[in-house]
Ligand binder design. Structure first.
Ligand code: HEM
Length: 175
């Protein structure tokens, strides 16, 4: 396999990182379900923060609180959940790089994750810089709502892709 992923597979295959990930997954009792639970808790934190913020910005949730307050209170959960999601996901990737880096669904998931995080940061900065924008009809609020709509679709896509990683064989012939 050529390209970036090919290089990553060759680097990880047989490496100390892979050996450690394989040992953790195969020798520590209960490690796989524990690490998957960490991933699921991370997903829950994402759903309960940035996705709820997107729904708030679109006027579909939490009518009782102001948008700047919701963003200020909830966004830190997204940033705190990310290292747990990355660590819990990467254990499986390091253990079997040639399973994940050839998996188009995994690639699609990561490709959606980057813009989703950029849009989350953009909404946070927009709100911090101009908390009044949510009350003023105009271009800023329209673009913030467009960002929230795209962000919502991306996070839904990431979750669907996360679940479908294991079923990519049904979608594509890989190898
Ligand atoms: C930050 C980097 C991330 C990495 C490296 C990663 C990696 C992985 C891996 C390797 C799996 C297991 C796939 C399998 O073999 O079945 C997985 C599952 C999953 N991931 Fe992620 N992931 C990350 C972030 C996320 C995020 C941000 C979300 C959603 C908010 C997410 C949602 C899911 C879901 C829904 C599953 C299926 C869980 C299950 O059914 O047990 N992941 N992820």
């Amino acid at each position: 396999m050529n390209g970036t992923f090919g290089g990553l597979i060759r680097t990880l295959d047989g490496s100390a990182v892979q050996a450690l990930a394989v040992r953790l997954l195969s020798e520590v009792p209960g490690f796989p379900p524990m690490i998957q639970t960490v991933h699921l808790l991370g997903i829950t934190a994402i759903m309960g923060s940035v996705v709820l913020i997107d729904l708030k910005v679109l006027g579909l949730a939490i009518p009782s609180q102001s948008t700047p307050d919701v963003i200020r209170r909830l966004m830190p959960w997204t940033w705190c959940a990310l290292p747990f999601l990355a660590a819990s996901g990467l254990v499986f990737v390091f253990a079997r790089p040639n399973r994940y880096f050839v998996n188009p669904v995994f690639g699609t998931k990561l490709a959606m994750l980057v813009p989703a995080l950029i849009l989350a940061a953009t909404l946070q900065v927009m709100s911090a810089k101009n908390p009044g924008l949510w009350k003023e009809p105009g271009a800023a609020r329209v673009s913030a709502r467009a960002i929230a709509a795209v962000s919502l679709l991306l996070w839904i896509g990431i979750v669907l892709a996360g679940r479908w990683i294991a079923y990519a064989d049904y979608l594509f012939t890989m190898g």
